[in-house]
Design a protein around this ligand. Structure first.
Ligand code: UD1
Length: 423
């Protein structure tokens, strides 16, 4: 295992280029590998362990995937397997994305049931309900989801669950519906930028999806999809993380390759807190006054404040003056990072889904542990602002979703070293 050793206190300055979106490339690669008849080329693909894990899942199914200079060349092989085994799926929940496309393409699928994770229970009932609505029979037995259908048939459904729209279920059902007979309407669809990018990619493959970017997607089934070429959108969460890193270090950072439309709620909250954001055609300049103000944040599906930025925002607000309240509405149990931030001197109390943050004047470096991807990111961000040395262990979580984060931060003037953790 590896760790980051961060010497805090440096003011970040300069330009950071945002990589392609992890959450966009995962379903897009699945669509290319399973639904397409022919090679697809994806550009702007981030070099992340999650992308490697998904590639292994797709290669296990029979696709051929090659990476060259930031692009993925994906060739679906005619004789695909229909089974995604536990050994691979357990490493990454997004492997569930193969379920819908396999049924659509092969008429059957057997996919290991994804486990829970450190951010709370994560059911897949909406994925299953959506596929059943498309005329698939779905069974859960001995840790596997079995789905089969002689012919998927379009239907009109609402995919909103008790926590609102589901990114994963929307992607899964939308992919399956592209090859179903007739028209599918998904109401209550997720609208995240990565869902929009997936729909755009599917249309480039020959799908007929209308209502892209809205909560009502209309998908006219087609007989076949072909390979295509696509540039993956930039990663809104990576961009948000660097915006916060710039702000918390009182820095002056240009975050390149992101638009306000991709990250409206995070931008609004940072502005409300006093951070200056100047948007240009190519990105955003982040400059920070001496004093940051407390703000309240509620996580909700897009275009609201993303749960995937909740941890980083908590780190930021822990040094903003006044009391902030963060309410987590999407993932019920996503506050493990609060205790780690408190170890660095933050004053955060948890009450159910709320975190009450009393801003402190400074954080102190400490040994801390990443418990999931974004919880890891906030510890790095907090370590940048903290006085002294912070050691973040279990950084494999961070490598799942941030491409060379230490290099990007060091280029901005930070002092971070990656080291082997032998303890
Ligand atoms: C995706 C993102 C993840 C992000 C999340 C919410 C990927 C690979 N991951 O995860 O980073 O935190 O969106 O923006 O894109 N739910 C159900 N039943 C279901 C499915 C989901 O109740 O069948 C619930 C979940 O428990 C959660 C909420 O719906 O409370 C939203 O989850 P969902 O949007 O599906 O998250 P993921 O697609 O897993």
């Amino acid at each position: 295992m590896q760790k980051f050793i961060i010497n805090g206190g440096a003011r970040l300055e300069g330009t950071v280029k945002i990589s392609g979106s992890k959450n966009a490339v995962l379903p897009i690669a699945v669509a290319a590998a399973i639904l397409g008849d022919g090679v697809s080329v994806l550009h702007n693909v981030p070099n992340l362990t999650d992308v490697k894990t998904l590639s292994a899942v797709l290669e296990g199914l029979g696709a051929s995937i090659n990476r060259k200079n930031g692009s993925l060349y994906i060739e679906p092989i005619n004789r695909m397997e229909y089974e995604a085994p536990y050994d691979l799926v357990r490493k990454m929940r997004a492997s569930i994305y193969v379920l819908g496309p396999l049924v659509a393409k092969l008429g059957r699928a057997k996919v290991s049931f994804p486990g829970g994770c450190a951010i709370g229970p994560r059911p897949v009932d909406l994925h299953i309900r959506g596929l059943e609505n498309l005329n698939a029979n779905v069974d859960v037995k001995k840790g596997y989801i079995y789905a089969q259908s002689e012919k998927l048939i379009g239907s009109d459904m609402n995919l909103t669950g008790q926590y609102g729209p589901s990114v994963g279920a929307t992607a899964n059902v939308m992919m399956a519906a592209t090859l179903a007979e007739g028209t599918t309407i998904i109401r209550g669809a997720a609208r995240e930028p990565h869902i929009t990018d997936l729909a755009t990619f599917l249309n480039a493959m020959g799908a007929e999806i209308e209502g892209i970017g809205t909560s009502k997607l209309t998908i006219h089934g087609v007989k076949q999809l072909h390979g295509t070429e696509h540039t993956v959108i930039s990663d809104d969460i990576e961009a948000g993380t660097f915006m916060v890193a710039g702000a918390i270090t009182n820095g002056d950072v240009f975050v390149e390759g992101i638009t306000h439309e991709q990250i409206p709620a995070v931008s609004d909250k940072l502005s409300e807190s006093g951070v200056q954001l100047n948007w240009t055609e190519t990105g955003v300049q982040v400059t920070t006054p001496k004093e940051l103000k407390a703000v309240d944040v509620k996580t909700v599906p897009f275009p609201g404040f993303p749960t995937d930025m909740q941890a980083q925002m908590m780190g930021f607000l822990s040094v903003a003056s006044g009391k902030s309240i963060i309410t987590e509405n999407v993932h019920t149990d996503r506050f493990i990072h609060a205790a780690e931030l408190n170890r660095m001197g933050a004053d955060i109390k948890l009450e159910g889904r709320k975190a009450i943050i009393n801003g402190v004047s400074y954080l102190s470096g400490a040994p801390v542990m990443a418990s999931d991807l974004r919880a890891g990111a906030v510890l790095v961000v907090a370590g940048l602002a903290a006085a002294g040395e912070t050691i973040v262990s279990r950084i494999y979580h961070i490598d799942r979703g941030y491409e060379a984060i230490e290099n990007k931060l060091n280029n901005l003037g930070a002092d971070i070293v990656r080291a082997d953790d032998i303890t």
